[in-house]
Design a protein around this ligand. Structure first.
Ligand code: ATP
Ligand code: MG
Length: 361
């Protein structure tokens, strides 16, 4: 099939996938031989389901995104039969349920990339609303990228009125119960993705749609025992799958959980939120800075050059924690406050939130 675009023409090579509205083809631009993915949505279909505003919303939101963990949308056009969306081609297809459940490190390698994409969206007031394996594509170099903005919504005002959006297995209680929505909807879907990566099955199952919805609403989450998995990771899954969205962590709070902080440090990935949290602590606790010799501390990753370390009476803070890699010398930040830290309830202690975030929990 030959696809005629506004400036270039494309030869379709093969079908990559089909979704509820259209088909996605691998195409080759005739002059440059550059490969793309082209999503073709039939106008008959759009009319039948009265979906034109949904498709234009998808295009508008997707066009506005520019991030390494989001599939690039290059252009779009239409003729009297179809709408065409020209996308970056990801040759390794979409993420699939692991044949053998992932270990802690495999999970981090996948999860942190998805989180980066979702964080970018939330920072830009976009809720994806359909995070699932099929909408996470794999680039040739292994980079994971989010696609399919069919359910995405740009938030002007919270909460967002509900429509049953997304895919039931990944839907949080507030979606299946048709309550109002906010960004925490995506946090739940991330919890489902983590659960599947670790245990090879969905956290809530049902023999039919109604039963699945009932289980999402009322069933207790059961985390199977795996001795090889870090407890901090299972705590994160448990938090992401909290039924009450108000108590569920935001993306920022996920970056501040122990498991993420530890693994980002281990893999030498800059954690912007942890850095911000440290700055807040410095401000709030009247902490003074002192530059010390780098060799006084050992870090899990020897390649890492750290700029900041925290030293305080708090157990968690006593682990030297790296926050950046901009300087060759590192600093000790010593608390001069004599106030004992208040008793922190279990979940809050785990997430180690800064003072103002504790209020939300
Ligand atoms: P649904 O609404 O059912 O999730 P959809 O009609 O919105 O689907 P997409 O999710 O965008 O369609 O794409 C369907 C499938 O096509 C994907 O799961 C993936 O396998 C494949 N696909 C989509 N975009 C690309 C791409 N850029 N590169 C490679 N494959 C792709
Ligand atoms: Mg899809």
């Amino acid at each position: 099939m030959l696809i005629i675009g506004p400036c270039q023409s494309y030869q379709s090579i093969k079908l990559l996938g089909s979704g509820s509205f259209g088909h996605v083809f691998l195409v080759k631009e005739l002059n440059t031989k550059q490969e793309y993915a082209c999503k073709i949505i039939s106008k008959v279909h759009i009319e039948k389901y009265d979906a034109s505003s949904m498709i234009y919303n998808e295009i508008k939101i997707h066009t506005s995104c520019n991030h390494k963990n989001i599939v690039r949308l290059y252009s779009y056009w239409e003729d009297n039969k179809n709408i065409y969306i020209l996308l970056e081609y990801l040759s390794k297809g979409h993420l699939i349920d692991p044949k053998t459940p992932f270990n802690d490190d495999d999970v981090f390698q996948v999860f942190h990339q998805i989180l980066e994409g979702v964080n970018y969206l939330h920072q830009n007031n976009i809720i994806h609303r359909d995070l699932k394996f099929e909408n996470i594509l794999i680039h040739e170099d292994g980079t994971l990228k989010l696609c399919d903005f069919g359910w995405a919504i740009k938030v002007d005002q919270l909460p967002v009125p509900n429509v049953m959006c997304g895919t039931t297995e990944y839907m949080p209680p507030e979606v299946v119960s048709k309550s109002c929505l906010d960004f925490k909807l995506d946090s739940w879907s991330l919890g489902v993705i983590l659960f599947v990566l670790l245990y090879g099955k969905f956290p809530f199952l049902g023999e039919n749609q109604d039963q699945l919805i009932r289980n999402i609403l009322f069933d207790q989450l059961i985390i199977p025992r795996r001795n090889d998995i870090n407890e901090d990771l299972t705590n994160l899954i448990q938090a992401l799958l909290i039924k009450n969205s108000q108590l569920r962590p935001s993306i920022e709070q996920v970056y501040l959980c122990k498991w993420m902080k530890f693994n980002m440090k281990l893999h030498n990935i800059f954690n912007h939120y942890e850095n911000e949290q440290l700055k807040q602590k410095v401000k709030q606790k009247n902490i003074s800075l002192k530059v010390v010799n780098n060799s006084l501390f050992s870090t899990p990753n020897k390649k890492m050059v750290s700029s900041h370390y925290v030293e305080s009476k708090n157990d968690e803070d006593n682990n030297p924690t790296a926050f950046g890699k901009t300087h060759n010398s590192c600093r000790t930040i010593k608390s001069v406050s004599t106030n004992p830290s208040p008793q922190i309830p279990q979940m809050e202690k785990f997430f180690n939130f800064i003072e103002n975030m504790k209020k939300q929990w």
